[in-house]
Design a protein around this ligand. Structure first.
Ligand SMILES: [Zn+2]
Length: 340
């Protein structure tokens, strides 16, 4: 009897595993008219102010003005799903180096940067930043106290770590990055602080969120007017952008498709309607268990599988808001440059 029960449970588990594997492989279709799908597709108009941002999946970017470079997150390891679920994570140094080398080549700049900002301490933002900073003498890693513990766990010298206060302006060459307090998308994986150094390998859940930030990018060439708002996670603190007027928003959408329409409307209002932005690029929409490059070639991003998110629903909703507000909406592909 017991043996029979065991076989039944095993069969049920296998069936469940099969269903999960199937769902994890179902991807929503991307609406073509919004999708800059090919990495070789046309770039945004020529830079007026000499500033460019190269998007690298999730909320990872390299920004340059031709003199100074800085990164947001720099999450390039992108470990596969099975590793995230059943194993512990570490930096894929080969992937990080290959991606960084290619990114700087795309920008025509030497591989030098002054700062890496970390949006919050989940692994899909904070895993690789310490490794990247450690290998760039003089660069600083900026993040929360929770991110600081991830950096200490990877032996980043304390004088290369900058603890963020909010709000705070951090000068990086002729850029100024204004750091605002924000919130994570309410996904169920939020909250908590790393109170001790996070040593690798570490489980995905060992990377506690800490504080979540938004970033307003200013540059000397555009005077007092900001260039863009970067909202890495689809969360917000009501009024976090009070008084801010900005032309471009990089809008994080991770998890937004599983939240209700009312939440999406409030999020859009805080980030886009209230800031007067007329150009929105969607970021953090991609399945970050897939690599940015395959066989040495640039690869296009795919949306999260339906099991995790409903990006098609997100796009339908945001398209309606964008039409209403006269906003241009683009799903930003990895390896695309946005010019300012
Ligand atoms: Zn997160």
């Amino acid at each position: 009897m017991l043996k029979k029960l065991g076989v039944c449970v095993l069969a049920l588990l296998m069936l469940l595993g099969g269903v999960v594997a199937l769902l994890a492989n179902q991807y929503p279709a991307l609406p073509e008219q919004l999708n800059l799908n090919s990495p070789a597709a046309a770039e945004s108009p020529v830079a007026q102010h000499g500033v460019r941002a190269l998007f690298l999946g999730t909320s990872s970017f390299v920004w340059t003005d031709g003199k100074t470079q800085w990164l947001l997150d720099g999450f390039f390891s992108r470990p596969p799903l099975a590793q995230v679920m059943f194993s512990r994570l570490t930096v894929n140094e080969d992937r990080v180096n290959t991606t960084l080398n290619r990114a700087f080549k795309e920008l025509g700049r030497p591989k030098e940067f002054s700062a890496v900002f970390v949006a919050h301490s989940h692994y899909d933002h904070a895993l690789d930043a310490p490794y990247i900073v450690k290998n760039q003498p003089g660069a600083r890693l900026y993040g929360s106290a929770s991110t600081r513990q991830i950096a200490l766990g990877q032996q980043v010298p304390a004088d290369q770590i900058g603890l963020l206060n909010i709000p705070q302006d951090i000068p990086v060459g002729d850029f100024t990055i204004r750091v605002l307090g924000s919130a994570h998308a309410p996904t169920g994986f939020t909250g908590g602080n790393n109170a001790e150094p996070v040593t690798l390998p570490a489980h995905a859940l060992a990377f506690k969120e800490g504080m979540s930030y938004s970033f307003v990018v200013y540059h000397r060439n555009t005077g007092a007017q900001p260039i863009a708002l970067i909202q890495p996670s689809a969360g917000y603190v009501p009024g976090q952008n009070a008084g801010l007027k900005v032309p471009v928003v990089f809008l994080g959408t991770g998890g937004l498709g599983k939240l209700d329409e009312d939440y999406a409307a409030r999020y859009w209002k805080e980030m886009v309607t209230d800031t007067g932005a007329k150009t929105v690029y969607l970021v953090h929409w991609d399945d970050f268990t897939l690599p940015l490059m395959k066989g040495g070639e640039l690869d296009a991003l795919r949306p999260m599988p339906k099991l995790v998110d409903h990006f098609d629903r997100t796009v339908t909703r945001l398209q309606a808001f964008a039409r209403r507000d006269g906003v241009s909406l683009t799903i930003l592909q990895a390896w695309k440059k946005v010019n300012f």
